[in-house]
Design a binder for this molecule. Structure first.
Ligand code: WTA
Length: 643
């Protein structure tokens, strides 16, 4: 397989970019020819941002698993599609060839069909990072069921909310998952999530840790039993088949929940054809992937990065995707580098938070490993600071690997702003240039576009690209108000951004009340709601503060009715426990300060700006506090600040 749509030079990039903006129909029409269609599209794109109503490749019929698997079988059936590295380095590696992947995905499709799953049904997947997770995702796609993968770090309550929002009828999970020296009891979390649930009919349980689990008659089934039966059905005379269901281009492929500045997480919905084209196009171009290379994306499939750059991007390109079950620091901080050496990894794609945490362990874990196979390095999820960038470039890439700093979002489906490895120049701490099809602009608070270079503003996108969000599940109005109503006729990203003298973009972080903690998106309102559920808490306000490793840490100001306990530290632990229960461990506050009041305007609005400054260690320049209802609380908060 070669990639006719791979850009090879700066000139080609400029040309492709120009065409994609001036004539997107022709541009994307040509790119779409590189895929397998059951029927070609009638119209390349059709959209308005007002409703929004966005369609790509309308009238086309396809199945994404034929593009990710079947079309590669003749040429590369015995090539590894997935290389799986277990959490424990002593355990055996698994190499899944395209032939094997095909068989397993057909089995899952058959198993789900046997259990009554149909096109359009929602299947929730809550598993660790094992090949079966990929089989489950693609098995859903093969029959047109909509997968909703939930990250293993979310609590039962978070899962319950997502199950309800999506009216999910099926769950695929594991007994447990290994992460570092911990066993996470996934099935038991699911059991808690199902208390009071009215929609789920079947729960399929894969055995990974052999942790004792409860199995409820007529509801819970063992994956192994169901897959065995399915194997007999899909394999006839040594030939494996399960027909891939015909999907419309615009049929939803998956839902992925993500946090916003208000309310509960929303289900971002991606379509089949547009998402596929975007995941593939960005994968092939940004990483400059070559057939046969080993691509190691360290994300979890519970996040969009795993969807697009472990599963759909690499597999649609017939690539080899390395899937790692564990964490970067166990058994020691050399784990990533050991994996790079072991599999001769070509492309390493990770998060700034991982780089910063490994930096702190020193070079002893790096310098005894052979990293000479590396050709391209990437980062995603949060701004990368210059120091971490230089460390990555020098010590991991040995100054010969380009670094792609890829800016994008759950809602964008794939990478939006990034250099193309070795083709367009990188610049430390800058995402650099938009990909073909991406028309970014900076606007001021009034929505007026800021032209020229060396400027900053709020980042918006003026035209749709194939991978753009289509709706938020079950609540289209929320999609409109969140992304398409702040500025007329533009998609609003929620990020602040600089454009330098050469037109390179540098993302500076969220401008709304969304935190980015270790590359995970967390809404401040969500954390406040969780804290407020704790008995004795009267009110709370949550802000982010700069954190050396995590990028941002969570700082909570809490008004607490202290008649219940005398021990502040125990109370803090209790509050943290409550947040873990309500959202999950990823949302635990790093610092909790008890206060007697919060700085509020006369209309009752919390002045977060002041709280943010105090959390950042700024005590003098707090701005105008005269409009506060009670200016005295500011002094008290300042004096008690945890720095
Ligand atoms: C942030 C992750 C700076 C940004 C793919 C965005 C980044 C949010 C970068 C989306 C980057 C992502 N530089 N900031 N290269 N990449 N972000 O939905 O604030 O989990 O809005 O998607 O992460 O996070 P999400």
């Amino acid at each position: 397989m070669s990639y006719p749509h791979q850009i090879k030079s700066l000139e080609q990039y400029n040309e492709a970019y120009k065409k994609s903006i001036e004539n997107p129909e022709e541009f994307w029409g040509e790119i779409a020819e590189n895929f397998t269609w059951k029927k070609k599209w009638d119209k390349v794109s059709n959209w308005n941002f007002k409703e929004p109503n966005i369609k790509w490749f309308e009238g086309g019929k396809l199945n994404i698993t034929e593009n990710c698997i079947d079309r590669h079988l003749a040429e590369r059936g015995e090539q590894p599609a997935i290389i799986w590295e277990p959490n424990n380095p002593e355990e055996k590696t698994r190499i899944v060839t395209y032939n094997r992947l095909h068989k397993r995905v057909c089995q899952v499709a058959q198993m789900l069909t046997n259990l009554g799953v149909k096109k359009g049904d929602r299947v929730c997947i809550y598993m660790g990072m094992i090949p079966e997770l990929t089989y489950a995702v693609l098995g859903c796609a093969r029959i047109g069921a909509i997968h909703s993968v939930i990250f293993g770090g979310f609590s039962a309550q978070s899962i319950a909310d997502r199950l309800e929002d999506a009216s999910a009828e099926y769950i695929i999970t594991c007994d447990g998952a290994y992460r570092g020296n911990k066993d996470i009891p996934l099935k038991s979390v699911i059991d808690d999530a199902l208390i009071g649930n009215k929609t789920v009919k079947k729960v399929i349980v894969y055995t990974r840790t052999r942790t004792p689990v409860s199995m409820i008659k007529n509801r819970d089934l063992w994956w192994e039993d169901e897959m065995e039966q399915a194997e007999e059905q899909v394999e006839k005379n040594g030939k494996v088949s399960f027909p891939a269901v015909e999907m419309d281009s615009e049929d939803p492929l998956f839902i992925l929940y993500t946090s916003g500045s208000t309310g509960k997480p929303k289900g971002v919905v991606h379509s089949t054809a547009g998402y596929m084209v975007w995941a593939n196009y960005t994968f092939v171009n940004v990483f400059q992937y070559q057939p046969g290379q080993v691509h190691f994306c360290t994300a979890d499939i519970g996040w969009i990065t795993g969807h697009s750059y472990i599963v759909y991007g690499p597999l649609s390109a017939g690539g080899t995707s390395l899937m790692f079950e564990g964490i970067p620091t166990w058994p020691d901080a050399g784990r990533f580098w050991e994996i790079v050496e072991k599999y001769k990894v070509d492309v390493l794609y990770t998060a700034p938070t991982a780089i910063r945490s490994l930096m702190a362990y020193g070079l002893d874990f790096v310098n005894n490993k052979d990293l000479s196979s590396l050709k391209v390095l990437g980062t995603v999820g949060e701004p990368i600071n210059e120091e971490a960038w230089q460390w990555y470039f020098k010590n991991i890439g040995k100054e010969k690997c380009p670094i792609v700093d890829t800016w994008w979002q759950t809602e964008t489906g794939g990478i939006m702003i990034s250099n193309l490895a070795g083709v367009t120049p990188h610049k430390p701490a800058h995402a650099t240039l938009p990909l073909p099809g991406v028309n970014p602009c900076l606007v001021d608070e009034n929505g007026v576009e800021i032209l020229g270079n060396s400027v900053s503003g709020n980042l918006c996108i003026k035209q749709p690209w194939p991978g753009i969000i289509r709706t938020t599940y079950n609540d289209h109005e929320r999609c409109r108000t969140t992304y398409f109503s702040t500025y007329e006729n533009m998609y609003f990203t929620g990020d602040g951004c600089l454009r330098d003298a050469d037109g390179n973009y540098r993302i500076t972080g969220r401008v709304d009340d969304v935190l980015n903690v270790s590359g995970h998106r967390i809404g401040t309102a969500e954390v406040e709601n969780a804290i407020n559920m704790h008995s004795g808490v009267v009110e709370s306000a949550v802000v982010g503060y700069p954190h050396d490793i995590k990028g941002q840490g969570i700082y909570a100001y809490v008004i607490y009715d202290n008649k219940h306990t005398a021990d502040e530290n125990l109370t803090k632990q209790d509050i943290i426990q409550t947040v873990s229960r309500i959202i999950g461990a990823i949302a635990k506050p790093d610092k909790i300060q008890f206060v007697s009041g919060l700085p509020k305007t006369r209309s009752g609005k919390i002045m977060r700006r002041i709280l943010r400054k105090i959390a950042e260690g700024e005590t003098s320049n707090l701005g105008d506090t005269t409009t506060l209802l009670d200016p005295n609380v500011v002094d008290e908060i300042k004096n008690g600040a945890l720095l």
